[in-house]
Ligand binder design. Structure first.
Ligand SMILES: C[S@@+](CC[C@H](N)C(=O)[O-])C[C@H]1O[C@@H](n2cnc3c(N)ncnc32)[C@H](O)[C@@H]1O
Length: 218
């Protein structure tokens, strides 16, 4: 009853949520199954549901994503945000980026996506445009660097969501933080301290998925 797969969400809660929420359509179900079979990391189902709800409320028009993978989250963000939304998404792996383009084409969303190939650390330096919502979902150890670079393209009232901030509980517990993961853990702790203490932001850390930080830009 109390088993806990990733030290964040109890399995019985996860199972209950999965059976209670309505299923996605066949396209998204098939894409999630494909990602699982091929060990491609995409957003966890509870985080997906949170993001779908958040952007349904916030209705961002310009969305920025760091970490495209196969285009899964870019597509549901667009569909939940509404028909006026547009996503710019950055990915450094050519293979998954090619798959993302195919998936987006299949879903009929190509004219609402700008794919940017490259390392986000460099791409974000010169990125133009102003964004209402950003989803940071690339390398955990780089999240703070990506956040600071994304921030210059955000306006007051914008929202930045960062995935995987609790890192299987390690961010919150020295007992869980193994030697191998200590550098990333330390960076994530510094990042969350920054998000939670800087007066420019209002941040909440949510214990869903692998931990999500939601930051409102005042
Ligand atoms: C967790 S996956 C993204 C999943 C996607 N957001 C979704 O939920 O459908 C992370 C992706 O970020 C990419 N990535 C990691 N570090 C990056 C960087 N510095 N610049 C660009 N892409 C990066 C990886 O290649 C990987 O495809």
């Amino acid at each position: 009853m109390s088993s806990n797969r990733n030290n964040i969400v109890y399995s019985y809660i996860e199972e209950y949520m999965d059976k209670t929420h309505k299923k996605n359509d066949a396209f998204f179900e098939a894409l999630r199954a494909y990602a699982e079979e091929n060990h491609i990391y995409i957003v966890k189902s509870d985080v997906e549901r949170f993001l779908r709800t958040l952007v349904s409320i916030h209705k961002p028009e310009q969305i920025l994503e760091v970490g495209t993978a196969i285009g899964y989250s870019a597509m549901f963000l667009l569909e939940s945000a509404g028909e006026d939304s547009f996503v710019t998404t950055i990915e450094r792996d050519e293979t998954v980026l090619a798959q993302a383009k195919e998936n987006v084409e299949k879903r009929g969303l190509s004219d609402r996506v700008r794919f940017v190939f490259g390392d986000a650390t460099e791409v974000l330096e010169n990125l133009s445009g102003s964004f209402d919502f950003a989803f940071i979902d690339a390398a955990k150890g780089k999240s703070k660097d990506h956040f600071d670079k994304v921030l210059k393209n955000m306006h007051s009232g914008g929202v930045i969501v960062t995935d995987d901030v609790l890192y299987m509980g390690m961010t919150a517990s020295d007992e869980l933080a193994t030697k191998k993961h200590i550098t990333i853990t330390r960076r994530l702790r510094e990042y969350l301290d920054y998000l939670c203490s800087d007066d420019r932001f209002e941040t909440v850390i949510l214990p869903i998925g692998d931990g999500v930080a939601v930051t409102y830009i005042k």
